[in-house]
Design a protein around this ligand. Structure first.
Ligand code: GAL
Length: 420
């Protein structure tokens, strides 16, 4: 038999075999599915990739992608609260793993226990034990995690740093040494945006000032917010603010990233959704187009947060929501979502070949670094604390009074039950 004929026969045989293989049947679910999140606009592509898969699997379900714009859910969480308390929950909503979920919605008995789904899907083995602890209590498991994001990251454009004759600072002292040099060239040393991004910066600064053990001690109630160490973190934060842009409060997080990308600012400290934005939206290559480093003074620590989705009690389209959650927790769903989002998969078996160099480095750090929880994104404190902390931050941004901020933070920690 000639080689060509053999190839042809092989190809024909392959077509017959593949043709006989079962194609995944479309589900017979119908009706609607309302998914509630703050992933609107520039934050949308990763969620949309998941919704596309869902629509293929469930062609008769009408998906309502309900988003409320505003980074870190500042606006979405307020709308969600009104809806939940008004007995009008969406079918599934975005919520951070940790106290935002457990200390808020689970405590108020508003969520369904997803343990049966975790068991059925074999998820007890594929999600890290530590993460399951952040979405579970002794009474159940309350959401499905879609990712792991890192909060303590410093972003920059390598070519710009070269042009300005500076290097990315590993410590805040190194930052203070180069900041005046940048200012002289008309460059904002550190880009900042609206108030929640000040909380975001604060947690990276506090982690640098306190170190991981004392950071954890703040949240277990063993270290007071008005202790000398914690007040020092506010002092350092105040000093850093001197090198940020004056119009911060009117900017979105993307606009602060834009300042870095456009060469108006040297650095920004933001979670790695900024990597998603720079690679997916801005089409910059990780490494050559944009650079990163652990935020100053936090090398070796990985401040994590995880987005997850839950099933509220009384969800109008419960079965459709369960199909959604099943997709979120799957390997296919996770590896479609995370490469676009800038995060890494929450599953331990993800296919890293689908991820870019930033995500590969985050994944390596996640495996070896000391893991601590994010305040600004729901891990360490409940919504009561977060709401009041925003007020403490506003006060500090106006007065720069570190001792008063420490005192107020301690009062709200007691009020919201930290350490109890
Ligand atoms: C975080 C969320 C991220 C990203 C970011 C900016 O709270 O976990 O996924 O959306 O806010 O909005």
């Amino acid at each position: 038999m000639s080689k060509t004929l053999a190839k042809l026969l092989f190809a024909l045989a392959a077509i017959v075999v593949l043709g006989a293989m079962p194609v995944q049947a479309a589900s017979n679910l119908s009706g609607e599915l309302e998914i509630f999140s703050w992933w609107a606009g520039d934050e949308g592509p990763a969620l949309e990739a998941l919704i596309d898969i869902y629509k293929k699997e469930n062609p008769n379900v009408k998906v309502l992608n309900a988003t409320v714009t505003g980074g870190s859910g500042v606006n979405a969480k307020a709308v969600l609260k009104t809806r939940m308390l008004g007995g009008n929950p969406p079918d599934s909503f975005q919520v951070h793993a940790g106290q935002e979920l457990i200390g808020t919605w689970v405590k108020a008995d508003r969520m369904e226990d997803l343990t049966p789904l975790f068991k059925e899907q074999g998820w007890m083995k594929v999600f890290p034990e530590g993460l399951i602890k952040n979405i579970g209590t002794d009474k159940g498991i309350w959401s499905v995690p879609v990712n792991i994001h890192r909060s303590n990251v410093l972003w920059y454009i390598p070519a710009n740093l070269k042009k300005w004759g500076v290097e990315a600072p590993k410590t805040w002292d190194e930052f203070f040494a180069i900041a005046p040099k940048l200012k002289k060239q008309g460059i904002v040393p550190l880009a900042l945006a609206q108030n929640w991004t000040a909380n975001h910066l604060w947690e990276s600064v506090a982690l640098a000032a306190l170190g991981p053990d004392k950071w954890d001690a703040l949240w277990s109630g063993k270290l007071a917010f008005d202790s000398p160490e914690a007040v020092k973190a506010w002092e350092l934060f105040g000093k850093i603010l001197e090198y940020t842009n004056a119009d911060a409060s009117s900017l979105s997080w993307q606009q602060a990233t834009d300042m870095v990308v456009d060469g108006r600012a040297a650095f920004n400290i933001m979670g790695d959704w900024a990597a998603g934005y720079m690679s997916t939206t801005k089409k910059l290559a990780p490494g050559s187009g944009f650079g990163w480093m652990a935020s100053p003074g936090t090398g070796g620590a990985f401040m994590f947060l995880a987005d997850s989705f839950g099933l509220p009690k009384g969800a109008p389209h419960r079965d459709n929501a369960i199909a959604w959650l099943t997709l979120l927790g799957s390997k296919e769903g996770s590896d479609a979502f995370n490469p676009l989002k800038g995060s890494i998969s929450a599953r331990t078996d993800s296919d890293l070949s689908k991820y870019n160099d930033y995500a590969k480095s985050a994944s390596a750090d996640f495996a070896k670094d000391r893991i601590v929880g994010s305040l600004a994104h729901g891990v360490t404190a409940n919504e009561t604390f977060m709401g009041d902390f925003a007020t403490v931050m506003e006060m500090f941004l106006k007065t720069r009074n570190a001792a008063a901020a420490g005192k107020m933070a301690q009062q709200i920690a007691v009020k919201s039950g930290i350490g109890k």
